[in-house]
Design a protein around this ligand. Structure first.
Ligand code: SAM
Length: 206
């Protein structure tokens, strides 16, 4: 997101940025130096500038250069309609930056409804907008995904056993080992058959 913010600074004279399903607005600090406008929209979130669902955004057509929609699609009732709305509100020449899960534990916010493969996400975007390009990239490798799942349950077990500091050491070791294994294997970082990924990043160019 830091790199995307810097890119927006070069590409636009004061980028107009919309953050959909903004939560605590974690990306605002990245875009603040480059944005003429940073509008957050969310459901039931008093901290957001606008109240609205991704499937029915309360903003005009083509009104933002960068539209962020991170970790939201898995929670929304109608992902196809959500992508159509993201396409509607992004300006010509603009970019939609979306991310969502391949593999993750159930985590309602307020619902948790969907998971994707890279191919499913490519299809979801391609079928619901006339994009110049759609790129889907895994955020990390297969071992990192397995390590993330192990770490979630190690943390829970350590919490129950009142051994959280020990849990943290184990988790740090798991993550370090996973990163090292993925770094040595192009196959494990790829989207070839047999791989799994915790998260995917979508860049869709209008
Ligand atoms: C896991 S949080 C992600 C928050 C933030 N985007 C981030 O990356 O940290 C999921 C967010 O999606 C919002 N959300 C859930 N369903 C939504 C919907 N249908 N339309 C818009 N936002 C939604 C939630 O209110 C919450 O803020």
């Amino acid at each position: 997101m830091q790199a995307e913010a810097e890119r927006a600074g070069e590409a636009y004279e004061g980028a107009r940025v919309l953050d959909v399903g903004s939560g605590v607005k974690p990306y605002f600090p990245f875009f603040e130096p480059y944005a003429s406008e940073f509008v957050s929209v969310d459901i039931a979130n008093p901290a957001a500038d606008l109240e609205g669902a991704v499937e029915d955004l309360p903003v005009p057509d083509g009104s933002f250069d960068v539209v962020i929609c991170n970790q939201v699609l898995e929670h929304c009732a109608d992902p196809a309609q959500a992508v159509r709305e993201l396409r509607r509100v992004v300006a010509p020449g603009g970019r939609v930056l979306a991310s969502t899960h391949g593999v993750q534990v159930y985590h309602p916010a307020p619902d948790d409804l969907w998971r994707w493969t890279h191919a499913g996400l490519e299809r979801l975007f391609a079928q619901n907008g006339d994009w110049r390009s759609v790129t889907v990239t895994p955020s990390s490798g297969t071992t990192a995904c397995v390590g993330m799942l192990i770490s979630i349950y190690v943390e829970q077990a350590a919490k129950r056993a009142r051994l959280r500091p020990l849990g943290r050491v184990v988790i740090a070791g798991v993550n370090r080992a996973a990163r090292g294994i993925d770094a040595r294997s192009e196959l494990l970082r790829s989207t070839r058959p047999g791989t799994i990924h915790a998260n995917y990043h979508v860049v869709a160019e209008a």
